[in-house]
Design a protein around this ligand. Structure first.
Ligand SMILES: Cc1cc2nc3c(=O)[nH]c(=O)nc-3n(C[C@H](O)[C@H](O)[C@H](O)COP(=O)(O)OP(=O)(O)OC[C@H]3O[C@@H](n4cnc5c(N)ncnc54)[C@H](O)[C@@H]3O)c2cc1C
Length: 474
């Protein structure tokens, strides 16, 4: 490592290589702190050419490495096994080109999601995928995880908004997949890259689609006695053929945490659940749809229904939803935010099951989720210093994921498989499917040096590298 460290310092400069224990601490986990592994070094290239040279050096030294954006991932994706190197891409944060006439932009991977939307606003455009972490997470991390967000219900996930990528492969070679002029090449390698969890290539430059800012936006809000009533209202709205851009539910614990925090939005504390619905588009059609949706919001004996009257009220409602993850941090020293999917019609059933798991595990769970997509995010609070709690939280998570599969759903909606869920992959996919995925990955990453152990079942020797608090085995 010392020869490699010297070479890395020569490429990026002394200050951009960290291998001191304090400097490495922040990189030993992502936002899923169930897993930890301290890298041997962190390299922070400042230019595309430096990044290419760094990867070529890592390839020569046969050292495993993992790209990292902002480290907000929630499946343990941005970790590297012992002896490996983290490529921190936060300094590669330039918007390289905006072409308003083609409604697209080309960005470096470390551009922060919300900054891209702010930068293109002056052309009447925005970048649609809006994870709740959008003020921090990067476009590169979004690409790797195929990130979603509240407004993806209508606008689609990151896969629908990435047009092209210049890709740095594990051996240091560079290819371009897709183009900003036409979305797909013959093999659609661009599509293969999005959601590959950083294990196929490192996105060096990303071409993204931009969409027009809407002429009119209406945000509605309903408060209900129970999560089940809120979920049933979501089904009513969708079954009527209405297409709002967002349908978000928060339960009572999430509401209480938000209202006790600086994200306070004025949600009623007595509500068992609140439902946020947003409609956008041409002014008349949007107002007509909002009227119809309001009628549905009033159907199931709501405690309260409101329509944001001003842009400030609208922003306050969203501030509460987007800040809820942070606000819930006050419920315990550690959090485990899950991600599973069920058919929308099964939301009430899976929520009943989450209640049952909460009661049996004794660990508090708050729920905030993209109800339109059937994408649940049970948020467990626990204390990782207590081995019993650490084990209990992993067992509880495993039960919920398995129930999602039993109900016809999926292991992940937007956070990825990472380290968290690779042991369950065989319960969703057959052995032949997993072998095919493995072969495809190895076509681009033959020595498994790029982000080893993520997304697919861990190989022997790799599993032991990543430390789990609870030592749980699925
Ligand atoms: C409070 C909170 C709310 C969240 N809300 C949402 C939400 O609404 N929707 C959602 O989808 N997610 C959400 N997330 C999860 C997370 O923000 C997303 O997964 C996000 O896309 C991660 O981006 P990042 O820059 O932090 O990536 P990181 O965590 O740094 O990395 C994630 C993965 O991407 C890979 N990677 C990073 N950069 C590159 C690159 N240039 N090329 C190739 N691979 C790369 C890494 O190796 C890793 O496997 C939330 C997280 C938090 C903490």
């Amino acid at each position: 490592m010392s020869a490699l460290a010297a070479e890395l310092r020569r490429i990026v400069g002394t200050a951009a290589v960290r291998d001191d224990p304090a400097g490495l601490l922040a990189y030993e986990s992502d936002a899923l702190t169930l897993f930890r592994c301290k890298p041997a070094a962190v390299v922070l290239p400042g230019t595309r050419d430096q990044l290419i040279e760094v990867v070529a050096a890592l390839h020569r030294h046969d050292v495993p490495f993992t790209a990292r954006g902002a480290g907000t991932g929630l499946s343990g994706g941005a970790l590297v096994p012992e002896g490996g190197v983290i490529l921190g891409l936060a300094r590669l944060n330039r918007i390289l080109e905006v072409r308003p006439e083609d409604a697209c932009a080309v960005v470096e991977p470390g551009v922060v999601n919300a900054e891209l939307s702010r930068a293109v606003e002056r052309w009447g455009l925005r970048y649609a995928p809006d994870p709740a972490s959008q003020n921090v997470c990067t476009v590169g991390g979004n690409l790797a995880e195929n990130a979603g967000g509240p407004h993806c219900f209508r606008h689609g996930m990151t896969a629908q908004h990435v047009l092209s990528a210049e890709v740095l492969l594990a051996d240091g070679s560079v290819e371009t997949w897709g183009t900003t002029l036409a979305a797909e090449d013959d093999l659609d390698l661009r599509g293969f890259l999005v959601g590959s969890e950083g294990s196929v290539g490192v996105a060096l430059r990303i071409g993204v689609r931009l969409i027009p800012l809407p002429e009119c936006v209406v945000t509605l809000f309903g408060a209900y006695d129970s999560v089940q009533d809120a979920c049933a209202t979501v089904s009513d709205i969708v079954a009527a053929g209405l297409t709002p851009v967002a349908l978000e539910v928060m339960d009572q614990k999430a509401v209480a945490a938000v209202e006790a925090s600086l994200y306070r939005a004025g949600y009623p504390l007595e509500a068992g659940a609140v439902l946020l619905v947003e409609v956008e588009g041409p002014a008349q059609k949007t107002r007509d749809d909002a009227d119809e949706i309001e009628a549905f919001l009033r159907r199931r004996r709501p405690l309260r229904v409101e329509r944001a009257a001003t842009p400030e009220q609208r922003l306050a409602l969203w501030k509460g939803r987007k800040g809820a993850g942070g606000a819930l941090g006050r419920l315990g020293p550690d959090s485990y935010v899950m991600d599973g999917v069920v058919p929308r019609s099964r939301l009430a059933q899976v929520m009943d099951y989450v209640d049952q798991v909460e009661a049996e595990s004794g660990l508090p769970v708050a729920n905030l989720f993209h109800a339109g997509d059937g994408n649940i995010h049970p948020h467990f609070s626990y204390d990782a210093r207590d081995p019993q709690q650490a084990r209990a939280v992993e067992e509880a998570g495993a039960r919920i994921l398995r129930r999602c599969l039993q109900l016809g759903g999926s292991l992940t909606g937007e956070h990825g498989i990472g380290l968290e869920k690779q042991a369950f992959l065989g319960e969703q996919f057959g052995a032949a499917d997993i072998a095919l995925m493995e072969r495809l990955r190895r076509a681009f990453n033959p020595r498994d040096r790029l982000n080893p152990g993520k997304g697919l079942p861990l190989g022997r020797g790799c599993a032991e590298s990543f430390h789990r608090h609870g030592g749980y085995r699925a």
